[in-house]
Design a protein around this ligand. Structure first.
Ligand SMILES: [Zn+2]
Length: 291
């Protein structure tokens, strides 16, 4: 059942269609339902296009998450929406690009040695092999992230249920993955950033923080579990992802590579990158306002 995205009251329908709909001469014969509880439109996003949705997603508006997670992307039998499968694939490919660029730009661990690249012997392999390596690294890291959060939210053996932090296991694990994928779409931001010259590793790090904030918000909205539990879930997912990433790097003999990009420059660089990103965003918003 759909809900009002403003106050979460369940509603029967989000809009009513009047006679003559579909006939171009009669115009637009759809009327949005007004919520009986709060008096606002139940779901104004029904009429908005993808660009508005994406901007509001990036701005972490709870209403847009409720619209996507409760009103459009959820199916009765907890199936994945085809658009979510496509989004997941796109995010994985983007992750490969960002991870590759970040690891390649890290400094060589021992400048005195014969190594010319941070990637060691991997750098001498054909480019397809290098790509496959990063694809495997990102695939298994992402899988670990999703599986650990799905276990914690949906399994009856979840420690969160035992501790009473989660009232009951979530009956729809695929909706948890959907929430995580939708909220990770901030990762696609570099599409907009190719028009500015920007520092890839720094952007990847600051995007990482934006994605974490989005993930926490989406989990909180979907599970209605409070921000504390949502942060614990996101942190557990991040730890699982990091561990699997380390394991893959170790298996490939690249254990010195810093997969998270935290060691090199630390928090100061993160702050700087975040500030640069914000400045770009403000500039961009300013240009939009003028144009
Ligand atoms: Zn309402």
């Amino acid at each position: 059942m759909p809900i009002c995205i403003e106050c979460r009251t369940p509603v029967k329908t989000l809009w009513t269609q009047y006679k003559g709909a579909g006939d171009p001469s009669s115009g637009h014969n759809i009327r949005l339902t007004v919520c009986k509880n709060c008096g606002r439109f139940c779901d104004k996003y029904v009429e908005h296009d993808f660009v508005v949705l994406f901007i509001d997603l990036v701005l972490i508006k709870p209403q847009v998450y409720r619209h996507l997670l409760h009103n459009t992307l959820m199916h009765e039998r907890d199936q994945f929406d085809p658009s979510i499968v496509r989004l997941g694939t796109l995010l994985l490919l983007f992750d490969v690009y960002l991870t590759w660029a970040r690891i390649e730009k890290q400094s060589v661990p021992d400048p005195g040695s014969s190594q010319t690249s941070n990637l060691g012997s991997l750098a001498e392999q054909p480019i397809v092999c290098q790509y496959m390596f990063f694809l495997i690294l990102c695939f298994f890291s992402t899988l670990a992230f999703h599986l650990s959060i799905r276990f914690l939210t949906s399994s009856s053996f979840s420690p969160l249920t035992f501790l009473g932090l989660l009232r009951q296991p979530c009956a729809r694990p695929n909706s948890v993955s959907t929430a995580l994928l939708v909220s990770s779409s901030t990762k696609l931001f570099p599409i907009l950033m190719v028009i500015w010259d920007y520092d890839v590793p720094a952007a990847a790090r600051s995007l990482g923080w934006a994605v974490v904030a989005n993930n926490v918000e989406a989990l909180e909205i979907l599970l209605d579990c409070g921000y504390g539990v949502a942060i614990v879930l996101a942190a557990a997912g991040a730890v699982a992802r990091w561990l699997v990433g380390r394991a893959v790097l170790w298996a490939a003999g690249l254990e010195w590579v810093d997969s998270m990009g935290v060691g090199d420059n630390g928090v100061a660089a993160d702050g700087e990158a975040l500030w640069a990103l914000l400045r770009h965003l403000r500039e961009w918003a300013g240009r939009l306002a003028v144009g």
